[in-house]
Every structure is written in C-alpha cells, then in structure tokens.
Design a binder for this molecule. Structure first.
Ligand code: GLN
Length: 544
C-alpha cells in the first residue's frame, strides 16, 4: 500500500509549495523509495492549455501530452521521473469525469452529489496515479491557499482518505512567516491562523515547512509548536535560497526525510543525496558568467516582470550551464522593443547566446524575426523553440530566399507565401472551435539527418521529444529553403514533418519544432542546450 502525503499552503500563494513538494520527493527517492507527485489545480479549466501564461505561468507538457501546471515540470526535474495524465487534476477535470460517468449510468441510479462523489473521484484518481508507477509514496500538492473556497473539496478528499487509511496519510503545511520591516521580528500568527483554518476542514498538519526570508529561531519553533499542536522537531525551517536546487539539501539539514519516515514507521533503504549536493556546490561556486538573452513577450505583468512563463527554458539553460561550471545570467528581452526601436537590436551583441522560445499569436512576432535575423547575420549562437523555429524559417524565407511576404497561417491566412501552415488534421478542429487539448501534444519520434549538428550532439539517430503546436513547416517550401542552405536536420518520418532546422556557416543556429526544454533535468542537461551553451562560451572567449 502506498503512503500519501498531502501538501497544502497557508498564509499566501507563491511561497514555493511546488518546489517544496518536489524536494520532499527527491529526498524520499534518495532514501530508496519509488515516488510520484500529483498537482491539484482548483480551476474550472479542464487543463492548463487554455490559460494565458501571463495569468498562470508556463504550460508544461508531459510525455503523454497533458497540458498542465508548471509544477509538474518541477516534479519531473527534481524526481528525474516522467509524470503522466492522472498526476494532474483540476476541478474542471474531476467534474467532467464525474458527469461523464453519470451520463454512462455508472452510478446505478443513485443521486450523484458534490459530497462524497467529487472527493471520492479525487481519491480514486490519486490511487490510480500511485498504482500506475507502483509508488511507495504519492505526494499530492493542493493548489491555492487554505481558507479559499476553491480547494475545499480537495481538502475534503484528503480528510476522507486519512479516515479510511489512518496509518498511510500525512499532512504537510507550507506556510509563510513574515518579518515586517517596521517590527523587525518574525511573526507566527498568520501561520497559527492557517493551521486553525486547516483544523476547521478536519485536518491537523503533521509537519510545517516554515518559509521565510530567514531561518526560524528556537523561540519561533517553540511558539508554533505550542499554538499549532506540532512537535518542535516537525517544524522545518525553510529560509529563502538563491537556487531552488538547494531546497532538498536544506530540508535534509533539518532531518525532514527521517521525520516523514518515522511517522510512517519506515526505515530508509539508503541515503544518497550526494549528486544533488555536488550540484548545489557547483551552483554556489561557479563565478564565471554566461550571458543568455531570451526574446519573449510573456514577461510583463503590470509593473512586475514574470519569469514563470518560460520556466522550463530557463531551467534548461541553467542545467546546461551548471554542467559546464558556469553561472547563467539570463536577461528577458521584450520582442516588441525591437519593433519600436530597431536600433536596439545591436544590444544583442552583449549576449553570448540568444533564445527565441515558444508563443502564440501575432504580438511581438516581427520583433522576434528581427532578432533572429540579427543573430543569423552576426553569428550569435541562436536556439529557436517551436514558434522560435517557425519564425527562423520565415526570416530565412524572407531575407535569404527573397519571399518578402513569407509568414505563418497563424498570422496572415491571405499571404501568398504561407511558409508555416496549419496541419490538415488541425483544420477541422479549428473550424469547430475545438481548441482545448487538441494541439499536436506530447512525445513524437524524430529521425535525425546524418552529418548535422543535431545528429552529432544527440549521438543517435532516433529520438523522441515533446510537442505543443498546431502549425508546421509547409513542405512545399522545403526544397527552396534547402537550395539556399537551410538544413532539415530532423524529420518525423511517419507524417513527413520537419522537426529541426539548422544553418551551416554559423557557430550555432538550431531551431526545433518541439520543446527540448521539457526533458532537461538538473543532473541530465539536454544535449541541444548543452551544445548551445558550449557555443555561447566560445563566443564569450573570443570576445574577451
Ligand atoms: N503558435 C505556434 C503553433 O501553434 C507555436 C506554438 C509554440 O510555440 N508552442 O504552431
């Protein structure tokens, strides 16, 4: 029987519940257990695919093609395990499942009710996710903050699971301890309230992860222990850290893994966080910077800059950079700035490498095309991802092949030269406005072309990579692009689709229709990102 650990958040959002959950997973894995993790998003959206990244952050894609919350990406990166469909649920997905079952007469004429049928469905999904991978531990992160109406049914599911399996369920509260500047003291009261709110849902936390700008002192631990009914040793100090990869190491300093095992009466089978500790050492001791620019458009949120929309790209850059013992300095560049002020393109020279990541719709496209042209002409290492590849093809068609009106059907259906076109099977879906979960999603095969950079860096002919797009390179133009020097470096042979393009006579100009960033792991950087960083390092050395 698997053990279930629910992770809920108190006081406020954005305090790193996802990273905390992923870190607990890594610790338990390092002690010899099979771990999987589930994210619950209390939205009516059936999946994250229909959410704007500025609202919700990156849409992560699993091997089996689920469009989900970025935390699933954290779980995959920390656990170094693939995560599947049942590990992501939203309120909408659970209701949709229950309603479909009702329509199929699966409730045998019973009245179907919010309580207990919705929590029961949640419980059965959780159990299925654990059974699928034979997990010893299933971690379940409940999105949102305790006290919100939105996640109450999920807390109810957690409470019910504990009642039916009292020895197999544990609750962890990730809470926040503010240190208001005018008071100058760490305050425990908001966490006390959060625990009381959780109590009113019938749940007593077993462990508190106390997030704050600094470590907790004994006095605060004692206070929380008294008021929240928890042993002081189960109050884990979780101070801010520079790199998220430090979190498992810090939790272990507070003995979190053994506290969890003790509560389940389990003994650790081994203890092996060494590789992870070595990674943290490298992160802390690699002073030599590499400057990477990311040209995007999902950065601005009012007066604030968001990086969440591109989190997998950013993490993939970091993994490759750490492996080469360098310090990644990543700069967000707004594509629209190049449209308003083309003279600013020369600032791209300040970067050792430039990435144009994925995206949707017209906004910022012309700025990105200008940036790609600049990188191509000035031999700045360039990596294009999904939309980044489509725009690299359009730029080449316009400026090298002379097709001035080259574009994508996504931006202008009337143009004569549609270099990037909607796939046939997608046309019918778009006509029916059948948008949700219908893109080309998840893992597909790609065959690499011998004597290309991609073939060399992957070191093998057949690869699989994850996708999320509706549009493709229009095969009618393949020959004219090749005639001018564009290399088709990777193909999906089943559907005859171009998956990777490259340019010769350039230190690194590679663009992929898929998203390699989704498969990069901290201890296993993605080969394309590694080569991109190597080439960026060379540019830097030359310049200095
Ligand atoms: N908008 C493009 C498409 O749907 C690219 C998508 C992406 O970058 N993920 O094909």
């Amino acid at each position: 029987m698997a053990k279930y650990i629910f992770v809920a958040g108190g006081v406020m959002s954005g305090i790193g519940k996802g990273v905390a959950t992923a870190s607990i997973g890594r610790i338990l894995k390092s002690k010899g257990f099979k771990v999987t993790a589930i994210k619950i998003d209390p939205y009516i959206n059936v999946d994250a695919g229909t959410m704007n990244p500025i609202e919700h952050g990156e849409v992560f894609v699993t091997e089996d093609g689920i469009e989900c919350d970025q935390d699933i990406g954290n779980y995959e990166r920390f656990l170094d395990e693939n995560i599947y469909n049942d590990n992501y649920m939203t309120t909408g997905k659970v209701y949709q499942t229950v309603i479909n079952k009702e329509r199929n007469l699966e409730y045998n004429g019973k009245c179907v009710e919010v309580i207990p049928d919705i929590p029961n469905e949640v419980i059965s999904i959780i159990k299925r996710a654990g059974a699928k991978v034979n997990a010893d531990f299933v971690l379940i992160e409940i999105g949102g903050t305790v006290g919100e109406y939105q996640n109450i049914l999920f807390l109810e599911a957690a409470r019910m699971l504990k009642i039916s399996h009292p020895k197999d369920v544990l609750f962890i509260l990730v809470s926040y301890m503010p240190v208001p500047e005018i008071i100058g003291e760490m305050k425990t009261k908001p966490t006390q309230y959060a625990v009381r709110t959780l109590n009113s849902a019938g749940i007593q936390p077993d462990i508190i992860l106390a997030r704050s700008i600094m470590a907790l002192d004994e006095r605060r631990k004692q206070k929380l222990s008294n008021f929240c009914n928890i042993m002081p040793e189960d109050i884990i100090s979780a101070p801010d850290v520079k790199s998220i990869y430090e979190v498992p190491v810090n939790f272990e300093k507070e003995n979190l893994g053994n506290r969890i095992l003790k509560k389940f009466n389990l003994k650790s089978k081994k203890s092996d966080l060494k590789e992870w500790e070595a990674l943290v050492k490298i992160i802390k001791n690699s002073p030599k910077p590499i400057e990477i620019g990311i040209v995007g458009k999902y950065f601005e949120s009012g007066k604030f800059t968001l990086t969440d929309s591109y989190i997998s790209v950013i993490e993939a850059v970091k993994h490759a950079t750490f492996a080469q013992h360098k310090k990644p300095n990543i700069t967000w560049i707004s594509a629209e700035d190049f449209e308003k002020n083309p003279a600013s393109l020369k600032n791209l020279n300040n970067f050792d490498g430039v990435i144009v990541p994925g995206g949707f719709g017209n906004r910022g496209v012309e700025g990105k095309i200008k940036a790609i042209k600049y990188c191509r002409k000035n031999k700045i290492p360039f990596l294009g991802l999904c939309l980044g590849m489509q725009l690299a093809v359009i730029e080449f068609a316009r400026n090298v092949c002379g097709l001035k009106d080259a574009t994508s059907a996504e931006f202008n259906k009337k143009s004569k030269n549609i270099l990037i076109d909607v796939m046939d099977e997608q046309k019918a879906l778009l006509e029916k406005k059948n948008y949700g979960g219908t893109m080309r999603l998840g893992s597909y095969r790609c065959e690499l072309t011998p004597n290309t950079k991609s073939f060399k860096v992957y070191g093998q002919k057949n690869i699989t990579e994850r996708h999320r797009h509706r549009y493709e390179l229009n095969n009618q133009y393949r020959k004219s692009l090749q005639a001018k020097g564009m290399v088709m470096a990777g193909l999906n042979t089943e559907k005859d689709l171009v998956e990777i393009i490259e340019l010769k006579d350039h230190p690194f100009f590679v663009a992929t229709q898929f998203h390699p960033e989704f498969k990069s792991r901290p201890l296993k950087p993605h080969p394309l990102f590694s080569e991109f960083i190597k080439s960026s390092t060379k540019k830097r050395k030359k310049a200095s």
